[in-house]
Design a protein around this ligand. Structure first.
Ligand SMILES: Nc1nc2c(c(=O)[nH]1)N[C@H]1C(S)=C(S)[C@@H](COP(=O)(O)OP(=O)(O)OC[C@H]3O[C@@H](n4cnc5c(N)ncnc54)[C@H](O)[C@@H]3O)O[C@H]1N2
Ligand code: MOO
Ligand SMILES: [Mg+2]
Length: 617
């Protein structure tokens, strides 16, 4: 083990990269050789350990690496001293034991090969501590003792040996046992964290290799997200008064004619029109009233020649008669009426099925139930109707600066406006918000929240913020951690250009950009088509209106821009404050005005424009 060793012994400290793990959660891929930024994990770590007198590579079994060495070529351990485990299957403790036993140096700084982001300055600080104190050096982070990166010394060997004999391979126990001999460093700098799974690896790559976003067109982005959307295959049956705003699941047919029987449109007398022939102002025709029918009743009597039946509006017209004469137009004495005008057959006569006949399709799948539809269902005799189950959405805001409305605001913080902006809009759109959460700018927290959203059976997951390219823009990393599919990241639109779309466990996910107006426009342009495809509901179809522009909009750009505006009586007034961080000017807007890219002088005053209405129904 002398090859590749630097003979500078001033510090008398070596480093060792632990590469002996089983890699079981990495589908057998050897973590030491995982590619990252033109190199591989172990080399990236080794570059940060150059201040040590030597860099050992701890492997459980040299032979196991030989095959891989051939595959990785230049990225192999060639030129670095390999230290094989003296005893196998003992985990990192076995590796540490073997290296400390055989190293010439008194102390060895151990870093596992799956910590490619270990902080170089941190490592240097630890080494400095060792030089000063000549004691093992370990980190405490968030109150926890960390075994890595850690400086282990030959002094520790008796304890390590004892643990191996006891078959206790827990490093934590070792640290606890000799805690007094250790220099504990409380340091917030990132030790890098372990990358254990394929998902963590992907997330890590997307975090560090993030470049400028590749923006696709709005049309393409919407199409891509729609590919992830499947129509909801779920309905529920609700009583009439709970149907308002809901989408019909199926066509609805009448079961009977309406009205079901010929009925009187007037309060008066049912007569045979032929009996009135010859009647005029001076010659009344007399008819004998044989019965009275009120609405809701029936008469068993058949009406014969020169007979009439008294009846009220809504009452069934009796057999034998073919018209109804208003009570104001006859003279009645006892059981006799006089008619002074010829009556035409079926003139005042509501036929059965005048409204609709039996078996007519009166409502169709996808229609939204309002008062008219509800009344119609009732007239057909339905007490309930089948409607599409509400879309269940999860909404998660991200941002360590966010404070809940109602609590005290401290410096640097802002109130969480967007969560409410989105949830309120969803409610308007008839969506049930089943998970509402706010998380810090931390990929693991967001991942947890998304997993909870899945457990709530969300049909759609929406996140807000953290999609741009900053160090705390954690959404893409989170998709990586989840193993979620990314359909696009970046859309050619303003505002909201950094938004993302994808899916996780077949649930479509939309991640809006964090600026309030960006969030709003992203939501408007993406959520409506998603809801339309999920529910088949017509309520999500967008209405466009034409109007005359009240003032010239000069600003143009390379991507379509959506400007908040108000359409009123055919005039379109846009709001001066249109920056994506501004929320206040959204108040009172009822449409979005699209400014296409590349038009030379913007949109002129007096020009006819089409606007996209923001209606909810
Ligand atoms: N170097 C670059 N920086 C930025 C770019 C770029 O291309 N290169 N794009 C800018 C654009 S455009 C936008 S839009 C923003 C988008 O940022 P994120 O989507 O990552 O959102 P955040 O950084 O989380 O937040 C942006 C802004 O919005 C506020 N915010 C976030 N959430 C909420 C909420 N729930 N309620 C109220 N306000 C919220 C947040 O505090 C920030 O001020 O990136 C640019 N940067
Ligand atoms: O896309 Mo950003 O929302 O333009 O400011
Ligand atoms: Mg950001």
């Amino acid at each position: 083990m002398d090859k590749g060793k630097d003979r500078d012994r001033k510090a008398d400290i070596a480093a060792c990269i632990l590469a002996g793990g089983k890699n079981s959660r990495m589908n057998g891929r050897k973590k030491a050789f995982l590619p990252v930024e033109e190199t591989v994990f172990w080399k990236k770590i080794a570059a940060k350990l150059s201040g040590c007198s030597a860099i050992y590579i701890s492997v459980e079994d040299r032979k196991k690496y030989e095959q891989t060495q051939a595959d990785v070529g230049e990225c192999g351990f060639e030129g670095f001293p390999l230290v094989e485990d003296l005893e196998k299957e003992k985990g990192p403790l076995g590796g540490i034991y073997s290296v400390l036993t055989s190293s010439e140096e008194q102390a060895v700084l151990f870093v596992p090969c799956d910590m490619p982001e270990v902080d170089q300055e941190l490592v240097d600080t630890m080494r400095g501590e060792w030089v000063r104190e000549r004691k093992p050096v370990f980190l405490i982070r968030d109150g926890k003792r960390c075994p890595f990166p850690g400086i282990y010394t030959k002094e520790m060997l008796p304890w390590i040996r004892r643990q191996l004999e006891r078959k206790d391979y827990k490093l934590q126990n070792l640290l606890n046992e000799i805690e007094e001999k250790i220099v504990w460093l409380e340091d917030e700098r990132d030790g890098g964290g372990n990358i254990n799974t394929e998902e963590e690896y992907r997330a890590y790559l997307s975090k560090i290799e993030r470049k400028e976003l590749v923006r696709i067109s709005l049309k393409e982005a919407v199409e891509k997200i729609l590919e992830e959307v499947r129509p909801l295959d779920a309905w529920e049956e609700l009583p009439l008064l709970e149907l308002s705003g809901r989408t019909l699941w199926e066509d609805v047919y009448s079961r009977h004619a309406q009205p079901p029987f010929p009925r009187s449109p007037l309060d008066g007398y049912a007569i045979r029109s032929q009996d009135s022939i010859g009647a005029d102002d001076t010659h009344g025709v007399s008819l004998h009233v044989i019965d009275t029918i009120y609405a809701g009743e029936a008469s068993g009597k058949k009406v014969g020649e020169k007979e009439a039946v008294r009846l009220m509006t809504g009452a069934p017209i009796p057999q034998g008669t073919d018209t109804v004469i208003r009570q104001e137009d006859v003279e009645r004495v006892g059981d006799t009426i006089s008619v002074f005008q010829e009556q035409h057959a079926y003139e005042n006569y509501c036929d059965a099925g005048e409204d609709y006949s039996a078996g007519t399709c009166l409502l169709t799948r996808g229609e939204t139930v309002g008062a008219a539809e509800c009344g119609l269902l009732a007239s057909m005799g339905y007490s309930h109707a089948k409607v599409v189950r509400n879309v269940r959405a999860a909404v998660i805001a991200t941002g360590s600066e966010l404070t809940e409305p109602g609590s005290e605001l401290s410096f640097g913080k802002i109130y969480n406006a967007n969560l409410y902006l989105v949830c309120s809009r969803l409610t308007e759109l008839g969506v049930s918000v089943v998970w509402m959460d706010t998380v810090q700018d931390d990929a693991r927290c967001l991942k947890d929240s998304i997993e909870k959203a899945c457990r709530m059976d969300a049909d759609l997951i929406l996140t807000i913020g953290g999609v741009s390219v900053g160090q705390k823009d954690i959404v893409e990393e989170t998709y990586g951690l989840l193993g979620a599919e990314i359909c696009f990241h970046g859309v050619r639109m303003k505002p909201g250009s950094p938004m993302m779309g994808g899916s996780y466990q077949k649930i479509p996910m939309l991640s809006f950009s964090g600026n309030p107006y960006g969030t709003f426009v992203n939501m408007e342009l993406f959520v409506l088509p998603v809801l339309e495809k999920m529910t088949g509901s017509q309520r999500y179809r967008v209405e466009y209106r034409e109007g005359t522009l009240a003032e010239t909009f000069e600003k143009t750009g390379k991507v379509p821009r959506f400007v908040r505006a108000r359409w009123e009586n055919g005039t379109v007034v846009w709001k001066r404050q249109n920056a994506s961080g501004i929320l206040s000017s959204l108040n009172g807007c009822n449409c979005l005005l699209e400014i296409p890219p590349g038009i030379e002088e913007g949109r002129k005053k007096g020009e006819k424009v089409w606007v996209r209405m923001l209606s909810s129904r």
